[in-house]
Ligand binder design. Structure first.
Ligand code: ADP
Length: 661
């Protein structure tokens, strides 16, 4: 056991009785006999332990007081050689107003003694009429009383400073709500001056609403105390402040009153509300993203069927009219797919989820490819197209080339879409070398198309904004420019446009790139499908959607007439089929009932015999962002194909993994 010794800290005690400390008494007395008498009497008494210093004149007395400030009391004879009568006291008190003075008077000067007490002396003693104990008692009372007063004064000052400096409004009211006393924070809380506050009949009327106020007052009246009651203080100018009010009924000399403390928690509440709002915004952004992801999935699945079916149908024997209808269906579903992709894209970008890659690329080649992709449409409309690259620019840059391509594709695509005659030109200029490693580039796409009304130019960068055309309908969602703007700005660049209605438009943006290192020419010829047409490929198709089963089966059978396709409707069935038959490759849908694609893949990889566990597995999903989260790899899938699938891409991936095996 540890023995704790707690000692009281005198600093915290309001007043500590003097106990047996020795007190210094200053005796100012010119009569040696009287002085001696006082000394003897004080020695005799056991009521007071003291030490006496004796001075013969007021001047000497004052000098002693000036030299030392630790006299507990002064015994002052009023009749001294250098001062006589009441004036003696006055002169002393004028210099030392806080000292304890006990006046010694003659028998005939009783009234002088009374007057002295009124003027500030602690007591008076009549010479010859006091004994040892009454002298000691008087001195002791006087010393103790002044100690108490001093402590009280100190503590009063302490509380006063708390009262004045408190950030909480502290105020005292009578039972009708009239302010008796209040601190500066009270005036600040209510927005009134001190004088105005004093004039208010009932401070409680400054709290709203009526019901809350009445509740508060009722509780205070019934229970005598209320803790942290939420009330709304209304300032002079009408501003509202949230408060927590604590109040206690007290009884003092003047009657009953309420001690109140009001804490302004408006800022706290605001921060809290902002935090809540931020949480809600975050949550709703997440929900929106989830919603868009699942909508996109729900739309892509049937579109896979529509696109796939029309792909298959277009290859059958159709008459001209039927061929046109099917082409229309195919085109429309491709547009629809584009829209779904755009919506998904903008939601990802706006949520700040885009990670920009840093890889070396060949700028002239990127622009070449872009024009090549657009070539068909440019020819179709008979437009002149030109790309001008500033010769100062380095050929190789480092940055996100896919995103750059996407931005340019949007702007050039629009330029072609909205231009019937004339040209589309792309200018790439070096604005300045941002540093030795960085170059700042301005891209401009200029067309001679329909143009945009001046007042609409800024708005077209907003999501879903499209300029209405009286006589023509253009395809589009109004998302392209918003995506481009987000992509440019998130990489620290700016984007803008100028346009003249009927004359043409200029779209421009600027971005900073690092200077890159040389990269090999990556324009590869399209990969040949390297599986012989007649190979009896054994494929397990795991897919719960009937239409998509047919599309996949038919598409694959067209490519490889001898292919053997086994269908499993979910992951569990796939595992069963794998135990019964031998396969070369597995196509695995991800979202399926009973057992989903991730689970099934994990099971195959971890729990099945090696020859099965090592089979190539391609995920099939309508979730466009699959490539971004890489989750499919964590579950052991080799690669993915996006639904609706590009037949060629599907064939290539199958061929790649089967040959690799
Ligand atoms: P979308 O092209 O899919 O409608 P965008 O966001 O790319 O969406 O463009 C928004 C709108 O801005 C277009 O609908 C069109 O009205 C206008 N616009 C964009 N580019 C051009 C251009 N080069 N010439 C004329 N109008 C344009």
């Amino acid at each position: 056991m540890i023995d704790h010794n707690f000692s009281g800290d005198a600093g915290n005690t309001l007043y500590e009785p003097m106990g047996n400390t020795t007190n210094k008494i200053l005796l100012i007395e010119d009569n040696p006999g009287d002085a001696r008498l006082v000394e003897i009497l004080l020695m005799e008494s056991d009521l007071l332990d003291c030490e006496i210093e004796h001075r013969m004149s007021l001047g000497d007395g004052i000098a002693a007081l000036q030299a030392s400030d630790d006299y507990g009391a002064i015994l002052l004879d009023l009749t001294l050689p250098d001062s006589r009568g009441f004036e003696t006291l006055e002169r002393l008190l004028a210099k030392f107003p806080n000292n304890n003075v006990i006046v010694l008077t003659g028998l005939s000067d009783k009234s002088l003694g009374l007057k002295a007490v009124q003027a500030g002396a602690q007591d008076f003693l009549i010479k010859g009429a006091f004994d040892a104990d009454s002298l000691a008692k008087s001195l002791r009372y006087s010393i103790e009383r002044s100690n108490v007063l001093q402590s009280l004064e100190e503590s009063r000052e302490r509380y006063q400073s708390i009262f004045n400096q408190s950030r909480d409004a502290i105020y005292i009211t009578d039972l009708t709500g009239k302010l008796i006393d209040f601190n500066p924070a009270t005036a600040k809380l209510f927005g009134y001056t001190k004088e105005e506050l004093h004039a208010i009949a009932d401070i409680n009327q400054q709290y709203q609403d009526v019901d809350s106020r009445n509740n508060y007052l009722r509780r205070l009246e019934n229970e005598g105390t209320v803790t942290e009651f939420p009330l709304m203080a209304i300032r002079k100018m009408g501003e509202r402040r949230h408060c927590l009010v604590s109040a206690t009924r007290i009884e003092n000399d003047e009657g009953a009153a309420y001690n109140c403390i009001a804490r302004d928690i408006t800022e706290q509440k605001l921060t809290e509300e902002m935090r809540k709002a931020r949480d809600v915004a975050r949550q709703s952004a997440q929900m929106k993203e989830q919603f868009i992801a699942s909508i996109s999935h729900e739309m892509r699945t049937p579109m896979n069927a529509i696109l796939g079916m029309s792909n298959l149908m277009i290859q059958t024997d159709l008459n001209k009219e039927q061929h046109e209808y099917v082409s229309s269906i195919k085109q429309s579903s491709e547009i629809l797919l584009g829209i779904v992709n755009d919506i998904l894209e903008i939601s990802t970008i706006q949520n700040g989820k885009v990670v920009f890659e840093q890889e070396d690329f060949d700028l002239p080649q990127l622009l070449d490819n872009l024009v090549n992709v657009m070539q068909y449409k440019i020819k179709e409309k008979d437009l002149y197209c030109e790309v001008k690259i500033d010769p100062q620019l380095p050929k190789f840059l480092k940055g996100d080339k896919l995103r750059l391509n996407q931005i340019l594709y949007n702007l050039v695509g629009n330029a072609i879409k909205f231009t019937d005659n004339g040209h589309v030109k792309v200018y790439v200029e070096q604005m300045y070398m941002a540093s030795e490693q960085n170059v700042h580039i301005k891209f401009t796409v200029e067309d001679t198309g329909i143009g945009i009304p001046k007042d609409k130019v800024d708005a077209i960068f907003e999501s879903f904004t499209r300029v209405r055309q009286k006589d023509r309908i253009f395809e589009g969602t109004g998302l392209g420019l918003s995506i481009a703007k987000n992509l440019v700005e998130q990489q620290g660049g700016t984007i803008g446009a100028t346009s003249e209605l009927g004359t043409g438009s200029k779209f421009f943006f600027d971005l900073t790139f690092q200077i890159g290192e040389e990269v090999a020419d990556i324009t590869q010829p399209p990969t040949e499908v390297t599986i012989d047409k007649d190979t009896p490929l054994r494929l397990l198709l795991t897919e719960d959607h009937k239409m998509n089963q047919i599309v996949a089966r038919k598409t694959l059978e067209k490519q490889w007439p001898n292919i053997q396709i086994t269908i499993a409707n979910n992951g569990k069935e796939a595992v069963e089929k794998l135990q019964e038959q031998t396969f070369d490759i597995i196509l695995m849908d991800i979202q399926m009932p009973v057992m989903d694609g991730y689970e099934a893949t994990a099971h195959i990889r971890n729990n099945m015999p090696p020859d099965i566990a090592q089979l190539p597995i391609l995920a099939m999903t309508a979730h466009a962002h699959i490539s971004k989260d890489e989750k499919f790899r964590q579950y052991g899938m080799d690669d993915f194909v996006l639904k609706p699938f590009e037949p060629q891409q599907l064939f290539e991936k199958i061929a790649h993994y089967v040959n690799k095996k």
